[in-house]
Design a protein around this ligand. Structure first.
Ligand SMILES: [Zn+2]
Length: 487
């Protein structure tokens, strides 16, 4: 058997003013022109390639590895950049033919100039090259829009099941096994999806979502059901099929897949009240946090999560805390290459007046002018996420009044793990509060050290007011914008 593997993706916040071009791919992950991602340490979106290579090689199969490109979520992708990467992938595939299986790791919410459904475009072109009898499989982030074009072009699609996304390698292994069985003629995967007509955030460690995900897993691998994905959708992608879907892959029985997808989709609908997390204002959250006495209370600044295409330089929460005179705070990661540059010029140990954050756009709020002490500068800083290591660029630990610690960095990314702070020398256990710019990926790493975890709906780029997102392209009725989108 011969297996072709590649990765091309990003999560496009179509409302973001940040363009997604070569620089963002280069900075996040870009292996091409014959350079293989699997010769390097796994990162979140290259991990599936590592899994697919080792699965194939352990069976003595041939592997052809193409592009591995992923961009930190931002705005619409530049057309020539998307087409350049896509066409490189397709040229490599043509050159690798005949292949038995093509496996593509994508996000599922990528939009480029002229392409509202990049994944549908990629899969349909891959299908055109390999022909109808070879197996095409795709792995997707669960914050994806599963379109009709994607389902028609691929044999099997599998999304992550967990949010935080700690299961990318597990889903990669499942997709490999599913596609290997199909290529061997043991199964004939067919897919059906059900539109839940909902826009929401479902955090999988919490009930009732936890039990629902466990149930999906318990239904797989029997009664002809090969795989079930709950595609949550990406709220800030204004695309025609933005809403959450259930996707079922069955062995040759499309009607069965469709019936199960509908049953499960109705369960998601039925638990809408229990899974809707009412947005909480930052003043309420800070008041609650100040009432805890052990600490640290970890506060997620969900609206400024770079992982959702937000700038990661918003100042709203820190400004509110400073105004209230709160102390004992660590906060990060502020994407501010200019401020980092000034800190590098001044050097460790320097005291200076520094303008921090508030630079990218309206959603960043106003910059803060603060007197800071430069405690530590770390080049090529990194943070952990699951089993992967992820770059921060240059990170700087700043102190205000000896009691508020800020981390600024040069590579825009959300906070995944406490080591984004501790590798600089910050002792989080001594803090009363830790503010992290992240919606949920921080949870796996921070929950074990937190007295409490609170989710804060700061003003900002991706504030969780789902009924008020100014969609233009997505015109279907959806909850919570309307009470009953099925009516
Ligand atoms: Zn995601």
């Amino acid at each position: 058997m011969r297996v072709f593997i590649a990765c091309l993706g990003t999560e496009t916040n179509t409302f973001s003013p940040l363009p997604t071009g070569w620089e963002t791919f280069r900075e996040t992950m870009l292996f091409h022109n014959g350079e293989k991602a699997t010769n390097h340490e796994p990162m979140l979106f290259s991990e599936p390639l590592h899994v697919w290579r080792s699965e194939a090689e352990s069976r003595g199969w041939d592997v052809v590895e193409s592009v591995a490109a992923f961009a930190q979520p931002a705005g619409v992708c530049i057309k020539s950049v998307y087409e350049g990467l896509r066409d490189e992938l397709l040229r490599d595939l043509e050159a690798a033919m005949p292949v038995d299986i093509a496996l593509i790791n994508m996000h599922g919410a990528m939009v480029a100039d002229g392409y509202l459904d990049c994944e549908g475009d990629i899969l349909q072109r891959v299908r055109a090259i390999v022909g109808p009898d070879r197996v095409v499989g795709g792995e997707l982030d669960l914050h994806c829009s599963i379109t009709g074009e994607m389902v028609r072009a691929a044999d099997a699609l599998i999304t992550f099941k967990e949010y935080p996304h700690i299961d990318a390698p597990h889903r990669a292994k499942e997709l490999f096994a599913l596609c290997a069985d199909a290529a061997a003629g043991k199964t004939k995967p067919v897919m059906a999806r059900y539109d839940c007509r909902m826009i929401n955030t479902w955090r999988t460690p919490f009930e009732p979502t936890r039990s629902f995900v466990d149930k999906l897993q318990s239904l797989e691998g029997k009664d002809g059901i090969l795989s079930i994905s709950f595609a949550h959708g990406f709220p800030w992608g204004d695309v025609p099929e933005a809403s959450a879907k259930i996707l079922v892959v069955s062995d040759g029985d499309e009607a069965k897949a469709a019936a199960l997808a509908e049953t499960l989709g109705k369960e998601v609908w039925a638990m809408r009240a229990a899974t809707a997390m009412a947005p909480r204002d930052m003043n309420d959250i800070l008041e609650e946090a100040a009432g805890h006495n052990k600490g640290p209370v970890v506060i997620a600044d969900t609206s400024d999560n770079a992982g959702g295409g937000a700038p990661s330089d918003a100042t709203f929460l820190l400004a509110a805390a400073l105004e209230k005179g709160l102390t004992g705070i660590a906060t990060g990661l502020y994407w501010d290459p200019t401020a980092v540059r000034f800190c590098e010029e001044a050097g460790e140990g320097a005291n200076l007046d520094l303008r921090i954050g508030g630079k990218v756009g309206k959603a960043s709020g106003m910059p803060l002018d603060l007197r800071v002490h430069v405690k530590k500068i770390l080049h090529n800083a990194e943070q952990t996420f699951g089993t992967s290591t992820n770059p921060l660029g240059t990170a700087v630990w700043l102190q205000i009044d000896g009691d508020i610690d800020l981390v600024l960095n040069t590579q825009r990314t959300q906070v995944f793990h406490p080591d984004a702070f501790t590798k600089l020398g910050i002792d989080l256990s001594a803090k009363r509060m830790v503010f992290v710019k992240s919606s949920q990926h921080f949870y796996a790493g921070f929950n074990p050290i937190a007295e409490a975890v609170l989710y804060c709906a700061t003003p900002g780029a991706i504030a969780p007011h789902y009924g008020a997102i100014p969609f233009k392209t997505f015109t279907q009725p959806y909850w919570p914008k309307v009470e009953n989108p099925f009516g």
